[in-house]
Design a protein around this ligand. Structure first.
Ligand code: COA
Length: 384
């Protein structure tokens, strides 16, 4: 396996972008990424593009071809990657493996989703849950995570106020991110008094419905050096799958797929979670951030909620989490999310994160999750 670096990033602003069609989201993100990388277009051999459901959201399939054609990349090998909300993370892993294997030198990893296009987003998103055992019985994604939250509350005494601290913290970070969908600070009272979506989760416990695109460029470390780029190396890549339906899990408070993907990525990187300086985790709902942090081993089980209240996951905390604002404040265009997480790692590691910049981090981790834990990827990046 060759060593692989990320040498360019680009994204659209995230939000309700009614005037920007799906194909334009990818064209803008990829153009920004290619310009940032300094790589000439004719050197790009391949692209992997994460998208959860362009069929349901936009009635457009055969996606990789149409997106690359519209982005001026017609002719390259292009593959659409789907793993629900982990589609972007899996696109990144696919691109990483293609470069690491020696099959290609310059590969784009992208993600895109246009969720505001007239379709019923709740219906489209639910297609990533188990149709026969969950969706036909009326469950939605907020409903699934509400069940996880109830279980966490029952087992560990987690409270709505502790969950609200996750949202307040992520909005505080997102307020410093010019690409965020909801870049405003909020108070505990705003979260606690908001309309309930699926009790105990209210409006501000939920990630929003978002349009957006994101892209990164990968190449061998040797090529990155020739280009004179800062070396942001991919030192770990983990991927795992599990049952989609929650009733097949032994304990609703655990999301085993996150632990499995993290263990694989950390083993490849030959480090422990304590060596990681900051992370982006999949906070599609406030409870998800807590469960993911406990699966990653950042905190003991049942302790992530109080650690959040105590500030451990804030920009100046021991383990800053979701410095980008996370899915909650930055937005969650599902297929693009995993790539946007990688972009945040790269920006932090290269000192380009602006007002939310951490003090000289050297290792960052991105955890992207499909649905309620049917799949997950974990990537670890290091600046050298
Ligand atoms: N956080 C903060 N504010 C939000 C928001 C969110 N998640 N979603 C919407 N808003 C704001 C809107 O900007 C709007 O504000 P305004 O009245 O000042 O203009 C207001 O709340 C109502 O927006 P609307 O679009 O009508 O909300 P909605 O009721 O249609 O949708 C949710 C709200 C929470 C149901 C929706 O965002 C949702 O389904 N989120 C979960 C997405 C999901 O499941 N993703 C997959 C995860 S696995």
């Amino acid at each position: 396996m060759r060593e692989v670096a990320v040498i360019g990033v680009g994204m659209t602003k995230f939000g309700e972008l009614w005037d920007t069609p799906l194909r334009d989201l990818f064209a803008i993100a990829s153009a920004n990424c290619i310009e940032d990388s300094g790589v000439e277009r004719d050197r790009i051999q391949s692209a992997y593009i994460g998208c959860m459901s362009s069929g349901l959201f936009n009635q457009q399939e055969h996606l990789a071809s149409i997106l690359c054609d519209y982005a001026g990349l017609a002719g390259i090998a292009a593959t659409r990657v789907e793993s629900a909300c982990a589609s972007g993370g899996l696109a990144f892993r696919s691109a990483y493996l293609e470069v690491a294997s020696g099959a290609s030198d310059f590969v784009l990893a992208g993600g895109v989703e246009k969720m505001n296009d007239g379709a019923d987003a709740t219906f489209c998103l639910a297609s990533a849950a188990d149709q026969e055992y969950e969706v036909y019985h009326g469950i939605t994604f907020p409903g699934l995570y509400a069940m996880i939250a109830h279980a966490h509350m029952a087992k560990y005494g987690t409270t709505s106020e502790q969950l609200a601290h996750v949202a307040v913290k992520n909005h505080r970070h997102g307020a410093k991110n010019p690409n965020a969908q909801f870049p405003m600070e909020i108070t505990l009272n705003t979260v606690l008094n908001a309309v309930r979506v699926a009790s105990p989760l209210g409006l501000f416990d939920c990630s929003p419905v978002t349009d957006g695109g994101a892209c990164v460029m990968l190449c061998p470390v040797e090529e990155a050096k020739k280009l004179g780029k800062p070396i942001i190396k991919v030192i770990g890549s983990g991927h795992a799958t599990d049952s989609i339906a929650l009733h097949d899990r032994p304990d609703l408070t655990t999301i085993p797929v996150v632990k499995a993907a993290a263990e694989r990525a950390l083993a490849q990187a030959k480090i422990g979670i304590k060596n990681v300086d900051f992370c982006e985790v999949h906070d599609c709902f406030t409870i998800a951030e807590l469960c993911c942090l406990e699966e990653l081993g950042v905190f003991e089980r049942g302790q992530a909620a109080q650690a959040t209240v105590d500030g451990a996951t804030s920009l100046d905390g021991k383990m800053p989490v979701n410095t980008s604002g996370g899915l909650k404040s930055k937005g969650h265009p599902v297929g693009a999310t995993g790539i946007a997480q990688i972009i945040e790692l790269v920006e932090q590691l290269t000192g380009k994160a602006g007002a939310r910049q951490l003090l000289s981090p050297s290792i960052g981790l991105a955890q992207n999750m499909g649905g309620s834990g049917g799949s997950s990827t974990v990537h670890i990046l290091e600046v050298s």
